[in-house]
Each structure stands twice: as structure tokens, then as C-alpha cells.
Ligand binder design. Structure first.
Ligand code: ATP
Length: 343
């Protein structure tokens, strides 16, 4: 139980099309993330799943059943918002117990037993009597999570739950959320604009832009095989090369001309004359054997394990990352034909 489907969901607000035909099929127990830039429709998708918005057209189904007419309180969803929304004058226990106001605790437990169980789950056992302002942001968000999980919902919806926290705390909470989700095996839809977070936490993710789903896949699929230029540049860093098809060789590789330079790429079903391929910064290699081109280094950023370089190639900028520092102003970069992805 807990499969969630959206079928061609469209949502219009006055003159804005917030969702333009969103279809998703999320498996029971899956940790699924909606990621994309501000205004792309993530929150509207989540609110539509929750029943807080009604689609202009299209269908939302839970376990195969159309829930369009079902109000939020009867949808069996738990929701955590960005701003915690805890009651300031209630204790932590009372806040978590509030999650059981409209639903009985599962398994015939008492409210008290269930609250204790939930506080254990989110590692806040000793803090039940505190009020929210005596907790850190991360702890408050764990209380909100415990409250949402108290009635044991089939589906957990998380809308940017970590965006108010600093980077280090976000990473800790991310691991905790993932552990809890795995332990409970609850279908989870997580909204974030942070692509790194999306890659780190998800079983699968949907990259959204302009009210549409650009690509759905596992983190590795989306990173290694971006389907569109948008996904290639939004998820991780990338170098995009727009060029023209020169020809295909017997070994299946293809030659592409970019501003007068020819490159060989292995990838692609190359039906068009104009094509774009991308190469990740970690795949651009100094003094590589193949696909060589000269660049002038512009900026170097020391990142600890690696250094990120921005360099000029003609009138474009390429970015590459390497563990070995380079002091030269001009370098020869290149890449393995297998590391280029045609978009
Ligand atoms: P963010 O990351 O900034 O929260 P988002 O990806 O969650 O963005 P949505 O909040 O879903 O995006 O908004 C999608 C589009 O719909 C935006 O253009 C937004 O302005 C518009 N929108 C959302 N809610 C409403 C509303 N209640 N009335 C009018 N327009 C709305």
C-alpha cells in the first residue's frame, strides 16, 4: 500500500499555468523527490497530492483509486512544511499528540504510547516537556516530522523541510529523515530546489521546469544520462557543446564540429544535424589523449579534495575539476569519447 500516481495533472491559477500535464508513478515505499528551480511547480504538485489544491484537469490516484474528491484529512497523508508550523505554547509531546487529533493511533496504542514511540524514532526522547522555542531548528523539524508520522500515514509529504537550516545541520537531518523513512517504509515525496540534496536522498527523482517533468530517474541515471539540456545543467555542473554532425564512423562513434574544432563522441542516436553534447567537469582532463583543445585558465577555486577551474575556450567558458593543482595559464584539456553525453 502507498502507490501514488499522477496522470496528466494540470493546474491553472488565474493567468498562471502552474502544472502543465504532470504524470508520475511513485511506488509504495519509495523516497521520491521533486527538484527544480523556484516556480517550477514542486509545491503545487505536493499540495495537489495532499488535496490542498484541486487539479484543473488530470487525476491523482492512491493505490489505483481516484482521490480527486477526497479531502486532505481523509487522504492518509502526513505533511511537513518548511516553517515547522509547531504550536509555540504546546510542549513537544502535545505537538506530536496533535497529529493524532483526527486519527486514532495505529495498532490500538494509546496516544501517550504512540507519542513516546515517535519521540524515540526521531531521537528526541528526553525533550518531550520542552516548548518549541527551547529547541534548535533541526530538533523542531524532527518534532514536525514526528507529528506528521504519528497516525502512520501511507504517504509522507515533505516540502523543503530543511531549507531554513544551515548546511551542516541539513546534512545531519537528511540522514535522519532517510533512516526514518527506510525504517517505516513509508512512501515519501520530498520537495527541494537543492539538486545535491535530491541526488543524495532519493530512490528516484523528477526534475521539473515550467510546470512540466523533464526527467524521472534514479540519481545516477539523471546525473549520468541527462535527458535534456535543462537537466544536464541543473543537476550538477556541466559543459554544454553545441555543434553539427560531421559523420558517423564504423565503430559507431560520431564526429561533431563545434566552432571549427572536431570532437569524437560515442554516445547517441544521432538523427539531427545540429546536436548538443555535454561533458561533466570531472571528465575534462588535463593533457588527455582524445578530443584535445586549448584553454586559458581564468579562475581557480580550491574546494579541498579538488580544485575547480573556470577557463576560456574561445568566447566560451568551460569548467573542470581535478585533484591535481595546475598553475599554468594555458592548458590542453580533453575528454574520453565515452564520457560525452549527447542531449
Ligand atoms: P518554490 O521553490 O519557489 O517554492 P515551486 O517550484 O514550489 O517554487 P510553485 O509554488 O508550485 O513552485 O508555483 C508554481 C507556479 O504557480 C508559480 O509561477 C507560482 O507563482 C504559481 N502559483 C502557485 N500558487 C499560486 C496561487 N495560489 N495563486 C497564483 N499563482 C500561484
Amino acid at each position: 500500500m502507498g502507490r501514488l500516481e499522477l496522470d496528466a495533472v494540470r493546474k491553472e491559477f488565474a493567468d498562471t499555468v502552474a502544472l502543465d500535464g504532470v504524470s508520475l508513478d511513485i511506488a509504495a515505499g519509495e523516497f521520491f523527490t521533486l527538484v527544480g528551480p523556484s516556480g517550477c511547480g514542486k509545491t503545487t504538485t505536493l499540495r495537489t497530492i495532499a488535496g490542498l489544491e484541486t487539479p484543473t484537469s488530470g487525476t491523482v490516484r492512491f493505490d489505483g483509486e481516484d482521490v480527486s474528491g477526497v479531502p486532505t484529512e481523509d487522504r492518509d497523508v502526513g505533511i511537513v512544511f518548511q516553517n515547522y508550523a509547531l504550536f509555540p505554547h504546546m510542549s513537544v509531546r502535545e505537538n506530536v499528540a496533535y497529529g493524532l487529533k483526527f486519527a486514532d493511533p495505529p495498532g490500538g496504542k494509546s496516544v501517550d504510547e504512540r507519542v513516546t514511540e515517535l519521540l524515540d524514532l526521531v531521537d528526541l526522547s528526553g525533550m518531550g516537556d520542552r516548548e518549541p522555542d527551547q529547541l534548535s531548528g533541526g530538533q523542531q523539524q524532527r518534532v514536525a516530522l514526528a507529528r506528521a508520522l504519528a497516525p502512520a500515514p501511507e504517504i509522507l509529504l515533505l516540502d523543503e523541510p530543511m531549507s531554513a537550516l544551515d548546511a551542516r545541520l541539513r546534512e545531519t537531518l537528511r540522514r535522519q529523515v532517510k533512516r526514518i523513512q527506510t525504517e517505516l517504509d513509508v512512501t515519501t515525496v520530498y520537495v527541494t530546489h537543492d539538486q545535491e540534496e535530491a541526488l543524495a536522498i532519493s530512490d528516484r527523482l523528477a526534475v521539473m521546469a515550467d510546470g512540466r517533468v523533464e526527467q524521472v530517474g534514479t540519481p545516477r541515471e539523471v546525473y549520468e544520462r541527462p535527458a535534456t539540456e535543462f537537466v544536464a545543467s541543473f543537476v550538477g555542473e556541466n559543459n554544454l557543446f553545441r555543434g553539427e554532425l560531421v559523420g558517423t564512423r564504423d565503430d559507431g562513434s560520431t564526429t561533431v564540429a563545434v566552432d571549427g574544432s572536431e570532437f569524437t563522441v560515442d554516445d547517441g542516436d544521432l538523427a539531427t544535424d545540429d546536436l548538443t553534447f555535454c561533458v561533466r567537469p570531472e571528465d575534462l582532463v588535463v593533457d588527455a589523449d582524445d578530443n584535445r583543445f586549448e584553454v586559458a585558465v581564468d579562475t581557480a577555486e580550491f574546494l579541498g579534495e579538488t580544485t575547480r577551474y573556470y577557463a576560456d575556450w574561445g568566447d566560451r567558458t568551460v569548467v573542470f575539476r581535478t585533484p591535481d593543482p595546475h598553475d599554468d595559464e594555458s592548458l590542453t584539456l580533453g575528454f574520453d569519447p565515452a564520457d560525452a553525453r549527447v542531449l
